[in-house]
Design a protein around this ligand. Structure first.
Ligand SMILES: Cc1cc2nc3c(=O)[nH]c(=O)nc-3n(C[C@H](O)[C@H](O)[C@H](O)COP(=O)(O)OP(=O)(O)OC[C@H]3O[C@@H](n4cnc5c(N)ncnc54)[C@H](O)[C@@H]3O)c2cc1C
Ligand code: SF4
Length: 486
């Protein structure tokens, strides 16, 4: 156990953010560094519970009490070993995970009494960064090659975790990515101010040194057919994400100035990567409306502020959640509650319980306003409230309403079955109906989180390794049917 009196004597502390008026002038990560000494105190708040419920929140099975104890004892190097034992990319989850482990922490049962959950995410973040800074993260080159070959299609966290596990097991792995750079949503979805891309690049360099072969700029299905890929590789893992975005087919959708979030965010990321001097879709000087109150919408919000939008409004069709955990989501489940991200702290208005009825255009064919109506829930259904119709100005509209599943065309070419939700169907071993073709991440699960994508990547790698070698050697943290605590 860490400090026997830890949570009784030390208050929960999380990192400070840089001042808003400073940070919106740049694209660097928003948090201030967290002092190592304070972090050890935070880790010391962990009670090393007999039943560590934090584990129930994390699909990776992260050894949270173990690394809390090691950090409290100043043994950061061993903590880094234990952290990497279950997570290929803790520097990513330490920055980007919404931390369901913290919602499930025993100290989160009654925050008024305990001071709140252990700051698990911050402990993870600091261990991971220190491991890189102190040179403890080195390539793990396999001692022996199996001679078996695997193609991973898609280079998001699921594809990368699959590839790293299989490469380290001695297989020859190539990662195919249709974009010009590797990383999936980590590269072109998530803005720089949430994770600087240098964090991703150093991990990719480690993977390349271990032997993973990266093939960016190759669209499977077009540059190489499914048949060619299957003929050339012993196994194929489809980790193509759930990139088909939900649309809003209402009057005026054809107007200029209405874009999907994933048309807008990659361009902003390309400016930061140095590909473009100026974004080709920009919020600069415009009244911006983001339709969708979730995390993708918040990423659009932070991006729009950094591009100097004139105003930003984020619309959400559902009612505003309560300030603290709703009774219908008791501990240790993921709580329904109002969430304020760092992007929300930077400005903009949030409007809940509102529906967009029409995009209104000007004579030049550009969007100029949105026609809204308030809504309410009646018997579980959303109903418009007559008399509340109004217009708000909108010169740039960003659709951030989620994703409906993987794109169909590649699934059709591979002749893999889809499940009832439109995701690529798999059995208990991540195998599709086509022999030797597996699926991992959002492509099989539907839109989810990075931590689930990494867990699926690790588990799918174990399944592929067993398929190729006939032996169970790699860790498989989750079954394809595993779901978050809700
Ligand atoms: C804007 C945004 C922000 C997010 N922020 C967070 C966050 O902060 N925290 C969090 O936990 N989750 C976040 N998520 C969710 C998270 O990013 C995803 O759940 C995760 O990336 C899924 O990983 P994946 O590997 O399955 O797919 P993806 O990351 O989507 O990667 C799939 C890759 O496959 C490639 N591909 C598709 N078809 C082909 C083809 N035919 N040939 C070659 N390549 C192909 C795509 O180009 C893509 O690069 C966010 C999602 C979005 C959209
Ligand atoms: S539930 Fe919280 S206090 Fe208990 S072991 Fe996990 S992190 Fe520590």
């Amino acid at each position: 156990m860490a400090d026997p009196k830890g949570f009784l004597t030390t208050a929960r502390e999380t990192p400070k953010t840089r001042p808003v008026d400073v940070r919106i002038l740049d694209w660097k990560e928003v948090y201030e560094p967290f002092p190592h000494g304070s972090l050890e105190q935070q880790a010391g708040r962990c009670m090393d519970c007999g039943i560590p419920f934090c584990h129930n929140g994390c699909p990776l099975g992260n050894l949270i009490p173990e690394w809390n104890d090691l950090v409290w004892r100043h043994d950061w190097r061993e903590a880094a070993e234990r952290l990497h034992a279950t997570n290929n990319f803790p520097e990513v989850t330490g920055r980007l995970c919404p931390a369901p482990c913290e919602s499930a922490c025993v100290l989160a049962i009654d925050p008024a009494q305990t001071g709140g959950a252990v700051a698990i995410k911050q402990v993870e973040h600091e261990i991971a960064d220190r491991a890189w800074d102190d040179g403890w993260v080195t390539p793990q080159v396999p001692g022996r090659q199996t001679g078996r070959t695997i193609a991973v299609v898609g280079s998001g966290p699921a594809g990368l975790a699959t590839a790293q596990q299989l490469t380290r097991a001695g297989h020859t792995v190539a990662v195919f990515e249709r974009a010009d750079r590797i990383g999936g949503l980590l590269r072109y979805g998530i803005p720089e101010f949430k994770m600087e891309k240098a964090v991703l690049d150093r991990r990719l360099a480690q993977m390349a040194a271990e032997g993973t072969r990266f093939r960016p700029g190759v669209e499977i299905g077009i540059d190489m057919t499914a048949r060619q890929l299957r003929a050339r590789y012993d196994a194929v893992v489809l980790a193509i994400g759930a990139t088909a975005a939900r649309d809003l087919a209402i009057t005026g959708r054809h107007l200029d100035g209405i874009h999907q979030a994933m048309e807008y965010l990659p361009i902003a990321n390309r400016v930061q990567q140095g590909d473009l001097a100026e974004p080709t879709i920009t919020a600069a000087g415009k009244h911006v409306v983001i339709i969708g109150g979730g995390d993708t919408g918040a990423d659009c919000l932070g991006t729009a502020h950094r591009q100097r939008a004139a105003s930003v409004v984020q619309l959400e069709i559902l009612p505003q959640p309560p300030e603290s955990r709703a009774e219908i989501t008791p501990w240790p489940t993921w709580p329904l509650m109002m969430r304020t991200s760092t992007a929300h702290e930077e400005g903009g208005d949030r409007t809940f319980a509102v529906n967009t009825e029409e995009f209104v255009g000007d004579e030049a064919g550009n969007v100029r306003a949105l026609r809204l109506v308030d809504v309410r829930m009646v018997d579980g259904r959303i109903e418009a409230m007559p008399g509340t119709e109004r217009e708000i100005p909108a010169e740039l509209v960003l659709l951030a309403m989620g994703f409906v599943g993987p794109e169909r065309k590649l699934a059709e070419q591979f002749e893999v079955d889809l499940d009832t939700r439109g995701n690529i169907a798999r059995d208990g071993a991540y195998a599709t109906n086509v022999p030797g073709v597996f699926v991992a991440g959002d492509a099989g699960r539907g839109q989810s989180l990075i931590v689930w994508a990494i867990a699926e990547g690790r588990a799918a790698a174990a399944a592929v390794d067993s398929f190729l070698t006939g032996v169970d050697r790699l860790p498989a943290p989750i079954a394809p049917t595993a779901r978050p605590l809700v």
